[in-house]
Design a binder for this molecule. Structure first.
Ligand SMILES: NC(=O)c1ccc[n+]([C@@H]2O[C@H](COP(=O)([O-])OP(=O)(O)OC[C@H]3O[C@@H](n4cnc5c(N)ncnc54)[C@H](OP(=O)(O)O)[C@@H]3O)[C@@H](O)[C@H]2O)c1
Length: 319
């Protein structure tokens, strides 16, 4: 699979990554079972076989069980640790009260827990998961310095952050922000809409404060979470699906048929077509759907096809 550098890092990441959020089975306290471990390995090996070298985690995923299930990989293949990249996140704490925590102590403790569960000495990338209104950038800088010095974290990034929030952090951090992971898919296009509807009368309200442009300007790779729109455009049945989403799903299916690929591949190819080199992180645990998403490597979309899908996903005409 094609690779590129993640932001200003030296990591040569595949342009599609794999989201490990759901491989731990459930978000409750029930322990991991053999069947969950085995299903997790099926998913991870399918992603590896498709050529993926980048795996996205977070301390909270399935209450830590997704990390533990992933660590099964080292049992048979310890050499793989040197060949793949692991990214994790910290900063969300389940309640009560549900909260965000960018304190020095929480960042350090979270990374220690992730390393223990993932059974590794280091992660390649650590992200701040969701903006903490009580952030003290000096404390984040102190934690990042400590994690960098000890070799526990190689590179740093953020998730769900605005341009101003990244600017604030960058003024204090001694390491670059190499990625910002945000929700982005054919029916979640706020990052693009902002630039489209600027100065339009009666435009839908979109406020991303130039996240896309900021990341492109500062060589911060955007990662797309939710790139498959949770299946809403590729066959998942919901009791009350919006009309324009149904129409977009039909357009995706038609284009997939025309090109002889899966609908999942069309969704991922639509993200890959963007010149910002956005890295999609599909999170399906279903091996068939993982392979379907990775077929996007073989799909190239023309400008016209990209706009056709964009318009279908927005459900309204461009100005
Ligand atoms: N930074 C953040 O705040 C944040 C938030 C959420 C997620 N993430 C990351 O992004 C990754 C992907 O996100 P995501 O899982 O929300 O989105 P996604 O990749 O768009 O969707 C995957 C989910 O949709 C389901 N799905 C897909 N196609 C389906 C179909 N045809 N029928 C039924 N279900 C279908 C999958 O179930 P199956 O497993 O059964 O296929 C899975 O639960 C995660 O793994 C995580 O690494 C980050």
């Amino acid at each position: 699979m094609q690779t590129y550098r993640l932001g200003t890092s030296d990591l040569n990441v595949t342009r599609i990554g794999y989201g490990c959020m759901m491989i731990g089975g459930s978000w409750d306290d029930t322990p991991l079972t053999d069947s969950i471990r085995s299903a997790a390995m099926d998913s991870v090996h399918t992603a590896l076989d498709a050529g993926i070298n980048f795996f996205d985690h977070a301390d909270i995923y399935c209450n830590g069980k997704s990390d533990e299930a992933f660590a099964e990989l080292w049992k048979d293949s310890p050499h793989l640790r040197q060949q793949i990249y692991l990214q994790t996140k910290c900063g969300i704490r389940f309640g009560p009260p549900h909260r965000f925590d960018f304190s020095y102590e929480h960042i350090i403790n979270s990374v220690e827990g992730s390393l223990r569960r993932l059974q590794t000495d280091y992660v390649d990338v650590l992200l701040l998961h969701r903006p903490d209104p009580l952030v003290e950038p000096e404390e984040v800088a102190r934690a990042f310095d400590e994690l960098s010095r000890s070799g526990k974290v190689r590179w740093f990034g953020v998730s769900n952050h605005t341009a101003a929030q990244m600017e604030l952090l960058r003024a204090f951090l001694n390491q670059p922000i190499v990625t910002n992971q945000v929700e982005f898919n054919l029916i979640h296009t706020h990052m693009l809409d902002e630039g489209i509807v600027f100065n339009q009368y009666n435009a839908r309200l979109t406020r991303n404060e130039g996240v896309m442009e900021y990341c492109r300007l500062h060589n911060i790779t955007l990662q797309a979470w939710g790139p498959l729109a949770s299946g809403r455009l590729t066959g998942r049945k919901r009791p009350k699906e919006e009309k324009h989403v149904q129409a977009a799903a039909t357009r995706v299916a038609q284009m997939a048929k025309e090109k002889g690929v899966s609908p999942e591949a069309i969704l991922i190819a639509w993200i890959l077509r963007h010149p910002a080199q956005i890295q999609p992180l599909p999170g399906t645990t279903n091996p068939e759907r993982i392979r379907a998403a990775c077929e996007a490597e073989q799909v190239s979309l023309t400008r016209e096809e990209w706009y056709d899908l964009f318009t279908a996903g927005r459900g309204e005409k461009l100005p």
